[in-house]
Design a protein around this ligand. Structure first.
Ligand SMILES: [Zn+2]
Length: 411
């Protein structure tokens, strides 16, 4: 959704045109600047108008819109913290306007600050009950908070008012399916995670998982140069059957991150997974938490999965052997083929090759260039730089030259 507002052009109450530098003139200059996309200038002019006419509702609304526009530009470049600062001032300028509150709720969700998002969205709905964007985002916030019945209530309302809401029916059905499986589950909080799992999950298993997650939080945060997303990070634990029922994913999927870490605790025969396997899977998914926190959806598949594999396990000689065989069979991918943020469905063997290539590629970049380059690469992606351009600027490689260099590792 877009948050650019429409300015109120006519300012008749202030139309004392003959006097130079009147509030109306400042306001008009602000409108010109706004129309030209110069939000910072627009803010300056509207603020000058307000110093002379502090109670004028039209100027206040215009100032609010200009600050929302400035916030929008900052958010598109990935600078959500500065965007939020603008919005706080937009809300102060025009406190009866729900629009900046909704925009702020969306940014807080992007920052994983779920309880702040809930507060702002509830304020927006208080100002304007039935604001569908606010209700939809509030549903998303409750969903992220793993409060499924409340999420469902919000989304049901939105779907009743607007049954064709893009994408919402699918999200609603997914939440409903999860709710039916997780209804008897029990919640446990650790320092940074909220675990939801079967009531009969033994205490020692729950504790072990908390320990593995908190280790991942510390160690992986350090690898990224000190990146620690705000909690609680939601983790849903299942038995193997519950996992496939809730996620509708194939057997070969070991765990998943879809905004929440979802992981089975058992194999298909109901046996607990060994600790090393649990550690690997949870660390892998936790890397996705950090990657999304840093750069949202702007990260190519090969980098996201390659980081998750590199920071959760070794690249073994057997893996190199599999890749050599794939190369001999002409079954390797170009990095461009592995670039979309989600890989379209492939058969399990092809998927395995794709993961190994991503792993070897990122392992190579990490071993050779380390943390600072990775941080710069992630910042470039966060600000919307296309992936291959970000690679060229930060690692001086194209997809083709990088692939050639990486494959030399397995000669
Ligand atoms: Zn993954």
């Amino acid at each position: 959704m877009s948050f650019r507002g429409y300015l109120i052009i006519v300012l008749c109450m202030l139309g004392v045109g003959a006097v130079a530098q009147s509030p109306a003139e400042y306001n008009n200059r602000g409108i010109e600047a706004y129309d030209a996309g110069n939000f910072d200038f627009a803010i300056t002019w509207f603020e000058r108008a307000l110093t002379q006419a502090p109670e004028n509702a039209t100027v206040r609304r215009n100032l609010c819109n200009a600050r929302q526009g400035a916030a929008d530009v900052l958010a598109q470049s990935g600078d959500f913290a500065s965007a939020v600062t603008h919005l706080e001032r937009a809300i102060a300028a025009d406190p009866a306007n729900p629009s900046p509150l909704v925009q702020m709720g969306a940014y807080y969700l992007r920052l994983d600050m779920v309880s702040q998002a809930i507060r702002r969205l509830e304020e927006a709905i208080e100002l304007k009950p039935g604001h569908l964007d606010a209700h939809e985002l509030l549903g998303e916030a409750y969903y992220r908070d793993n409060d499924l019945p409340w999420a469902r209530a919000q989304w049901e309302y939105v779907l009743r008012m607007d049954p064709k809401r893009p994408g919402l029916r699918e999200r609603y059905d997914k939440a409903f399916r999860e709710e039916s499986i997780e209804s008897g589950f029990k919640k446990t909080d650790s320092s940074h995670f909220r675990l939801t799992g079967p009531k009969d999950l033994p205490h020692h298993v729950r504790n072990r998982i908390i320990r593995l997650l908190e280790d991942a939080y510390r160690e992986i945060g350090r690898k990224f140069g000190g990146v620690y997303p705000p909690g609680p990070i939601q983790v849903i634990l299942y038995g193997a059957d519950q996992f496939s029922e809730a996620t509708q994913l194939d057997d070969h999927v070991g765990a998943v991150y879809d905004g929440k870490i979802r992981a089975p605790m058992t194999d298909k025969d109901g046996q607990w997974l060994p600790e090393d396997e649990l550690r690997r899977r949870l660390a892998h998914e936790y890397v996705h938490v950090v990657v999304r926190f840093l750069a949202g959806e702007n990260v190519p598949w090969w980098l996201n999965e390659g980081l998750a594999e590199t920071f959760s396990g070794d690249f073994t000689p057997a893996m190199a052997e599999t890749l050599r065989a794939a190369r001999a069979a002409g079954a390797l991918f170009s990095l461009a083929e592995l670039a979309p943020s989600q890989l379209r469905a492939r058969n399990p063997e092809a998927l395995r090759i794709a993961y190994l290539q991503a792993h070897l590629t990122v392992r190579h970049l990490w071993d050779r260039f380390g943390q600072r380059r990775l941080r710069d690469m992630m910042s470039a992606l966060a600000s919307g730089t296309p992936a291959e351009q970000a690679l060229r600027e930060n690692y001086r490689r194209t997809y083709d030259t990088l692939l050639r260099e990486v494959l030399e590792q397995i000669n």
